[in-house]
Design a protein around this ligand. Sequence first.
Ligand code: ATP
Ligand code: MG
Length: 310
Amino acid sequence: MPKEKNEIIIELKAVTKRYGFGDAESFALHNFDLTVKRGEFIMIMGPSGCGKTTLLNIIGLLDRPTSGQYLLNDKSVDHISSRKKAQFRANEIGFIFQNFNLIPNLSVIENVSLPLIYSGHHKTRRLKKADEILERFHLREREYYMPYQLSGGQQQRVAIARSLISKPSIILADEPTGNLDSRSSHIIMEELRDIHAQGNTIIMVTHNPSLTTYATRVINMLDGEIDTDIKTVDDSELPRPGSPERISVRILSKKRPVELEVDSKTKVVVSGEHVTIGDSNSIDAVTKPKPKKKLAKKPRKKIKPEKKEP
Ligand SMILES: Nc1ncnc2c1ncn2[C@@H]1O[C@H](COP(=O)(O)OP(=O)(O)OP(=O)(O)O)[C@@H](O)[C@H]1O
Ligand SMILES: [Mg+2]
């Protein structure tokens, strides 16, 4: 049966997380309702202590709510066993943390292959898969490095590769660029943008408002509740699972139709007779033939017969 367009992947209903009792009682989340559709890229913002990490931990089944309901892929996960939760985490959810959380005494390839242990893959197969994904992240030559031998940006790329190896449907990232300089942050965000363009659902916590341009929805939290919730992209435009990394663009010009392939994240802007592909300094195709200019006839040059060498 074909999957319903923009199906709901996560549903939280009146979720509350309470710490302490009596005078010491406090709420990290309070009657929290949230519906996430497949293909959304949600950024969660809000002051320190407002409950962002608590929310991600509950969505990622690392923590359980005090009360309320949680439906993951349409199924209640409130009362499932720890074993089943671990299975869900291994197959459905990829985590990316601020401090990368790589295991220090395991090499890069071992770290990346780790989630596959829970999926029951044999070691050779695990390493082969890790090798493939590291190649995609241009980290193959660092495969046998230890985490301390990598820069912060590289460590985070390894952590992203690790979070993706079991092809999860949801990626949860808690301030993934919080410990990185702006250049490395940009690289990480471009990686996440690619992952999202392929139809993955991403929920990311950030303190950096400039990163919200990558999101399709921005939620501001305050004291364990949603303060504002703004969608910047219409549901119908969200990427679908298996969305192609490359798309073909057809330009129907009067002169001759042009068909070309571009990266799915490349901007294609049609303005009047001009189609601009990519940023301002890339191709600028003309959709209508330009009127021919009438050129004034040049007087023919008289060709003098060449003098023959004696
Ligand atoms: N184990 C715990 N025991 C008691 N209170 C806790 C516990 N974990 C979290 N809290 C409280 O819950 C609230 C929300 O914490 P949370 O870590 O979710 O905030 P946050 O929005 O992620 O903050 P930050 O931006 O600083 O990471 C805080 O007031 C915190 O003190
Ligand atoms: Mg936090």
